[in-house]
Design a protein around this ligand. Sequence first.
Ligand code: 5CA
Ligand code: ZN
Length: 416
Amino acid sequence: MKAWSAPVVPQFELESPLAPQRLRVHDTSRAQLVEAGPAEGTARMYVCGITPYDATHLGHANTYVTFDLLNRVWRDLGLQVNYAQNVTDVDDPLLERAQATGQDWTELAEDQTQLFRTDMEALRVLPPDNYIGAVESIPEVVALLESMKQTGTIYQLDDPEHPDWYFTCSEAPGFGQVGGLPESDMITRFAEMGGDPERPGKRHPLDCLVWRMAREGEPAWESSLGLGRPGWHIECTAIALDHLGAHFDVQGGGSDLAFPHHEMCAAEGTVATGEPFAAAYVHSGMVALDGEKMSKSKGNLELVSRLRNQGHDPMAIRLALLGHHYRSDWEWDPEDLARAEVRLGQWREAVELTSALDVRPVIEKARMALRTDLDAPTALGLLDGWAQASLTIGGDDTESPALVRDFVDAVLGVAL
Ligand code: 5CA
Ligand code: ZN
């Protein structure tokens, strides 16, 4: 499907010999920092997209800004990036919401996806190269499931009414490594996240649904597995393998997706290709409001669109998000936005100076921070130091203001 339009990104070329020449990020499955992406050529990233039944909240925005930063840091290292993202445009929560509000589910999905695109454009998030809906990827899902059927890694439930198809995930090599949870916790979490550990007839409680046979009143598609629709995890597995190939560099999303979603994707991908699914699983922290994770289902939300309609500069919203390290969990506080507005104003003033302090060593340190687990708060603090000193003490470097403008735009995604 159509992604959103790309912002114009300035070419930023400046040598920083002391900054590491590879990106290191935290891989959830190895619980340590690892090098992500190749030394040269094309890096491949899959980030789990929205389920479009409600507007983009700051938790979503934080996740997509995090992976946009990763994308930009790779580009700053001279890599090409193949970035794929899905839209879960058919799934239970979407169908339930459409039913509750009497809307057509396809219209609800299209409207909310369009609002998401507008929000992402405002936040200057680079669009994915492959933006793929679950509905449009059904042929790829079915092809993947057919190959898994051949190897006996999926099976049909012996249930005369609803003979759905399941994947034998617990037999997959490395199963359990992404989430790192003991089995009893896996079962609890699986149930909390839409899984069905207690369903009779399954070979193992953790086996996950891959093809749901048609139910009265639900959309369904003809396939060799019967009339039905894809399960959630297989959608991301099929889209990632189709657009990125096996053993791509990063699978990303919020930390709520580590288990079961990314665990199941990893298991399906490994079984289907005989290779590891992703080289690293990278997770951004959860943004909370009123003491709880911001979520569409609970309704404790602050929306990007609401803040924009109130007249807040999207660049300040972006800076407010980047002010938190991507792996931390934090609570939205309107004061964060006020502080980001002050910071943005100061940076804008400093890049208007005709001469300033030499920023090259500052950019080198900021790159060092960003290439070491995307430490945006440190990079922002370094730039504050340069801006404040340049505005108060001054400096005689005439190129630095333009260097800052281009660096901040190209790498942090903030247009000054
Ligand atoms: N469509 C699936 C992924 S395939 C899904 O989880 N959709 S979602 O709309 O619920 O979430 C979209 C992305 O936002 C996911 O990466 C999720 O981890 C992230 N996310 C959701 N809530 C929050 C939150 N409160 N804080 C941070 N990230 C969040
Ligand atoms: Zn996903």
